[in-house]
Write a protein that binds this ligand. Sequence first.
Ligand SMILES: Cc1ncc(COP(=O)(O)O)c(C=O)c1O
Length: 378
Amino acid sequence: MQVPFAKPHFTGTEGALVAEVIASGWVSQGPKVREFEAAFAARVGAAEAVATTSCTTALQLALYVMGVRPGDEVIVPSLSFIATANSVWHCGATPVFADIDPDTYNLDPAAAERAITERTKAIMPVHQVGLPADMDRFLELGRRYGVEIVEDAACAIGATYKGRSIGAMGPPACFSLHPRKVITTGEGGMITLQDSDVAARLRKLRAHAMDVSDLARHFAKDVVIESYPERGWNARMTDMQAQLGLCQLQELDWILDRRRALCKRYSAAIAQIPALQTPFEPDYAVRTWQSYCVRVNARAPIGRTELMRRLLHDGIPTRRGVMTIHEEPAYAGAGVGLPHSEAAARDVLILPLFPDMTEQQQDYVLDRLALHALAQAA
Ligand SMILES: Cc1ncc(COP(=O)(O)O)c(C=O)c1O
């Protein structure tokens, strides 16, 4: 059997709806993007949502609008996708890596606090693979030290923290709409926030800071000569992507339910395999299960990478767990000892998971996993 590693869920109705957008003639950022933003904000419970081309551009714009500039430091977890740090670098600032909580794999608020200096402008907690970071403690740090909080919520649409929706807690929260995330627009991102003035500025900054939107100019009854009061970016989503996003939002609850059910099955079976450790289940959060991460115990008879290799030979692609950015050549020299992050990057793998996964596919994964995890390394 060949099991896909990940696969977005589509109903088959999306193509015709996207074709209608094309037939309308408005294919760049326009009315559908506005509609998608309103639907996304409503789903998350935020006052505002601003669409972008990716989570990476969303993070960059959010950091910029919160005042991050060259010379500033932004505290981030190293255990994250490299985009987390690159978005800081795109602002000309320095990412400062802090360690994770070894249970949740999320940025440890105490480690983040120790990393604060006079140059710290912001802290960027990541809701890693859709498990909410300890937001109350980050919000408190932000208030106490006068630093901004920007949330990397790439994988976290639909997650809640102590009953509050991720994306609706005040700071700008940035979501990814890449196909490996919970819902997708092919590529795409979204910033949700509560402050309408900041949202209005973000809408300008994503279109080179032009002081009138294409939409407003199109419907204006008089000639509009635009102006550019500051410098900005092109981070505009297309209306075709927004239409796909609207379709995906309709499926979100079903997708979340399926992911939860599949992960419950994974955990029930994997808990019986002594070499492996199931994901930590916090009682304060509802996660999205964007990925299912398994840890290979230190005393297991087989190493993480050898286990991945054997599964791949059986038609089961896996991925290493979340990377450590400070151990990549691109950030060499930013190295600080981050033992919990380094151990997690070494010992964790991600199993196949997608909403349309069948029980037969999952049973096959579990069967081969149990076999190889108990075998001695060759
Ligand atoms: C934690 C995290 N942040 C940021 C990103 C970047 O998202 P995008 O590909 O939409 O730019 C990702 C994507 O994998 C991610 O996992």
